[in-house]
Design a protein around this ligand. Sequence first.
Ligand code: PLP
Length: 430
Amino acid sequence: MSDKKLHPETLALHAGYRNDETAKSVAVPIHQTTSYQFDSAEHAANLFALKEFGNIYTRIMNPTTDVLEQRLAALEGGVAALGVASGQAAATFAILNLCQAGDNFVTSTDLYGGTWNLFANTFKQMGIEARFVDPADPETFRAATDDKTRCYFAETLPNPKLNVFPIKEVADIGRELGVPLIVDNTAAPLICRPFDHGAAVVMYSTTKYIGGHGTSIGGVIIDGGNFDWEAGGDRFPTLNQPDPSYHGAVWTEAVKPLGPIAYIIRARVTLLRDIGAAESPFNAWQTIQGLETLPLRMRQHCENADKVVQFLQNHPKVSNVIHPSIQDGEAKRRADAYLDGGYGSLVGFELKDGLDAGRSFIDSLELLYHVANIGDARSLAIHPASTTHSQMSEEEQAKAGVTPGYVRLSIGIEHADDIIADIEQALGKA
Ligand code: PLP
């Protein structure tokens, strides 16, 4: 079965797994094992020397996680993937695979708070500089680039502003300067395909839409196989110069017979080996269950969100509704250029009566859950000014797109009428 001709609905159910040769299991089995028996001393030596590919130890690879990796790589149009313990681990590995102490990378300011902390504080302590630039003008990426810049980083659909990132514009600048773009596509699986627009690496928190049921933390990095790390010369020493931790292997050379997978192989056999943020096989399995229905769910998420947007736009207590479907100007152009098949299920709105109204709206919800999460099959809500963004000053909140009356919704796949009825009754009490 060639994956290339199949549609996402089919790949989500079939890519990466067809037959379990021993038990003939149709569903992907959970390989809940730490280690794998070698056939012989020679087999073991070959696996360690990467002369042969095969399972050694679950910290580095696992057959269940392998199905998830292959399936996500196929869906995304990439060449290979690496499953890790969380979205945070995916962002950490995506950057550390290219940056060492003394290096820098340029990142959009519009980021999930956890990613911001990782970049601004933890990487700084490691001697890696994150250069934050405003994605409103893609040229800011060029201006911040120097010969120590190893990559660009951005989220496709960052909340709370929900302004879609100019993927092609920044990827093009990067390709001109020899700098790869890494895209966190957590909020827009299937509706955005960053590789089609020039991204080199895509990452996800699979905790959100891909898992979809709020059961398992996980992350993945997908290699587009479309960036020439050798031509980059001195910019990519981790990939194209001898690796002292692996008998001096030069990853771009070592993997040549296997295809353009130097980036993802190095992430697996050095970063995952050394840092150990491996995904548990059970979480990989749970994530596969979610992935199998992702195309259906994304359609319903987007359809329901559009109906909620329409309802909120006509409500007298709401002063502003934020969703890519109803933006104007350049923001709308970007939404239309990069989102296909829906505008996502994240919806923001502002209550005319500010902070107190925001808090009472949240306290009055009966169906929607009040949680700091997105992408669950259930509808979720949060009031950022009193929770996720409460440590910031009002001025900092405003810069981040959070006003006192701002509420963020992650619209689920319940019946749209029931979601709207709950929002309506809670607005009545706000
Ligand atoms: N990226 C985005 C866009 C997120 O929203 C999150 C979590 O909310 C993460 C990364 C981190 O993912 P995880 O919670 O799986 O570590």
